[in-house]
Design a protein around this ligand. Structure first.
Ligand code: AMP
Ligand code: MG
Length: 318
């Protein structure tokens, strides 16, 4: 049985100048805050802090770390995170601010937590049009990672009351700015030089994209050979052999610890699962780049956010 997260008081406040400042203060303290965008309500946290991003997964109870969309207040903020190709520039001019998310290469000095992109070299970015979300990003002064503000497996919330029903007691604050207008998640694309790949359909349609850029929109779900949705997902995997549930270090292997005990790097010496999630991808990258020939990982408890850590480790070991 997964443990329920400790119950906290969830404040629900109408969007105005004072509630915006409270929300931004919580964001700067590393807490997740529910906030509307034009698509659905998002559960937003400081994208540059690994622990803040880990708290999003912990609050949602997600059994795996999917990469999240990182929201920016303006194009300049986006340019500090990812590399813009000319196709990406064209799409940004045509559809931002709005319900289009682009998956682009992270810059070498991208300040976004690796957990937000689940260890991938790319990052999903969006400049939303909703004034509450844009004001919150600007007031916090950092890009915000935000998946939909519902518990894992639930449907996406389009009203503050939906968020309260799903995440009440698990998050500190909901900024209520009424119902969202689009009601479905943003369109996600990967812009390449010759074509635009549709990763998730949404309010911005392939016809709208083709008209704006003059390139074909390719839907990989309609390509042959794809039988399961999971085949479209890419996952970070180290290049070295990875052994899970290793109780003790093995000679010649980079041992990733959890809790007390000898190791090359500890995910959390105190056995804190949120801290372990926050350190996971940076530690895997470090182990992969080391001179050791393989990687071992201590057992991680299969509860709370440990379930997502183990899911990601099993995929990386497969
Ligand atoms: P959500 O944040 O719940 O709206 O979902 C984010 C969606 O964006 C998921 O479907 C992810 O698979 C997708 N996504 C985010 N980052 C990337 C990435 N770097 N590469 C491919 N897909 C991504
Ligand atoms: Mg969702």
């Amino acid at each position: 049985m997964p443990h329920r997260a400790r119950t906290i008081e969830t404040q629900i406040r109408a969007y105005d100048g004072a509630s915006l400042i409270e929300a931004a203060t919580l964001i700067r303290a590393g807490e997740p805050v529910a906030v509307p965008t034009e698509t659905v309500y998002g559960l937003a946290a400081d994208a540059t802090k690994e622990t803040a991003v880990a708290r999003i997964y912990a609050a949602k109870g997600r059994p795996s770390f999917n990469p999240l969309i990182v929201h920016v207040a303006d194009l300049e903020m986006a340019r500090r995170l990812v590399a813009f190709s000319s196709a990406a520039e064209t799409l940004a001019r045509a559809f931002w601010p709005g319900a289009l998310t682009m998956v682009l290469p992270r810059l070498p000095d991208c300040p976004v937590a690796e957990l937000a992109s689940a260890g991938l070299p790319t990052l999903a970015v969006r400049l939303p049009s909703h004034p509450a979300m844009r004001s919150l990003i600007a007031a916090a002064g950092v890009p915000l990672a935000a998946p939909s503000a519902n518990a894992s497996g639930g449907i996406s919330p389009t009203r503050a009351s939906h968020v309260l029903a799903s995440l009440g007691g698990r998050i500190p604050f909901i900024l209520d700015a009424g119902p969202t207008s689009d009601g479905v998640e943003s369109t996600i694309v990967r812009p390449d030089a010759a074509a635009i790949t549709l990763l998730r359909p949404g309010p911005i349609t392939p016809a709208m994209i083709e008209a704006a850029i003059g390139l074909p929109v390719v839907d990989p779900r309609q390509a042959e050979g794809i039988t399961a949705p999971g085949q479209l997902e890419s996952h970070y995997a180290p290049s070295k052999p990875l052994t899970l549930n290793a109780d003790v270090p093995v000679e010649g292997r980079f041992h990733i610890g959890f809790g007390p005990g000898p190791c090359q790097r500890n995910l959390s010496a105190t056995g804190d699962l949120v801290e372990a999630a926050a350190n996971l991808f940076a530690t895997l990258h470090e182990a992969d780049a080391s001179s050791f020939s393989g990687i071992t990982v201590a057992p991680i408890p299969e509860r709370d956010i440990g379930i997502a850590i183990n899911d990601r480790l099993r995929r990386a070991a497969a």
